[in-house]
Design a binder for this molecule. Structure first.
Ligand SMILES: C[S@@+](CC[C@H](N)C(=O)[O-])C[C@H]1O[C@@H](n2cnc3c(N)ncnc32)[C@H](O)[C@@H]1O
Length: 227
């Protein structure tokens, strides 16, 4: 895979194993010196517990109706770990990964190739800024069309919570479900603000429990309030 990735920082090649399932991932070493400038190229804490949650609830469980014929979207995909796992093993009719950072979009494309998966009209990675969903050429016409939206560690900055709520409200179907997993160190400070931003956009947030044994990663479900 030489030439696919730039060499400015220290890269790691991982195989993320979950029982019978695995994906390959190229990401930056999660070193504190790099994390500020390269946060989208590091795999964050909530990604693996969220992958495990998706595996149990959408892949292993006899729950075909949750994915077959359904349209899914990952917001703030970063390295692509969660979305690529979903692309590889879940049976969504369409699934898109997204991020507003061009470096992340490139890394995800490279990681998709690393896993021998194909980019197509129905399976892609797109540049999407949460505050401006209507600007994304491919997704702007998919307003209210997503059955499933997910993300890991994307509730992490006070400035971004409003924009995040904007994109969830824009893309989620009336009966769709959005699941976000986040480390308590970030989400505990921001969940009240995020719930408020969501309420202003007609969304309802519920805490679903922890998705890891150490109770560090919280899962929230977001739905549209019934009219
Ligand atoms: C903390 S990282 C988490 C990355 C990945 N989900 C993970 O768990 O490893 C947050 C991600 O959200 C993206 N992001 C932040 N603000 C955004 C925005 N306004 N629109 C789109 N993506 C955004 C960042 O580029 C970054 O990839």
């Amino acid at each position: 895979m030489e030439g696919l990735f730039d060499d400015e920082y220290e890269w790691i090649n991982e195989i993320l194993n979950l029982g019978d399932y695995s994906i390959k991932l190229r990401a930056l070493e999660p070193d504190a010196g790099q994390i500020d400038v390269c946060l989208s190229q590091v795999r964050w804490n909530a990604a693996m517990p969220m992958i495990d949650h998706v595996k149990s609830n959408y892949i292993e469980k006899d729950n075909a109706s949750a994915t077959e014929g359904k349209v899914g979207l990952e917001l703030g995909s970063g390295t692509g770990a969660l979305g690529i796992f979903i692309m590889k093993y879940a049976k969504f009719a369409e699934f898109y990964l997204s991020d507003f950072d061009a470096k992340s979009v490139k890394l995800i494309k490279d990681n998709i190739l690393l896993n021998d998966l194909k980019i197509s009209e129905k399976q892609d990675v797109l540049p999407l800024d949460w505050g401006k969903p209507e600007v994304c050429e491919t997704l702007k016409d998919k307003r209210d069309q997503f059955d499933f939206i997910c993300g890991s560690d994307i509730i992490y900055s006070a400035q971004a919570t409003k924009d995040l709520a904007t994109s969830i409200a824009y893309f989620l179907k009336n009966d769709g479900e959005c699941y976000l997993a986040n480390h308590v160190i970030r989400v505990n400070k921001l969940e009240t603000q995020f719930e408020k931003e969501c309420a202003e956009k007609g969304l309802e947030v519920t805490f679903e429990g922890f998705v890891d044994d150490e109770q560090k990663i919280k899962l929230h479900k977001i739905v549209k309030k019934s009219l």
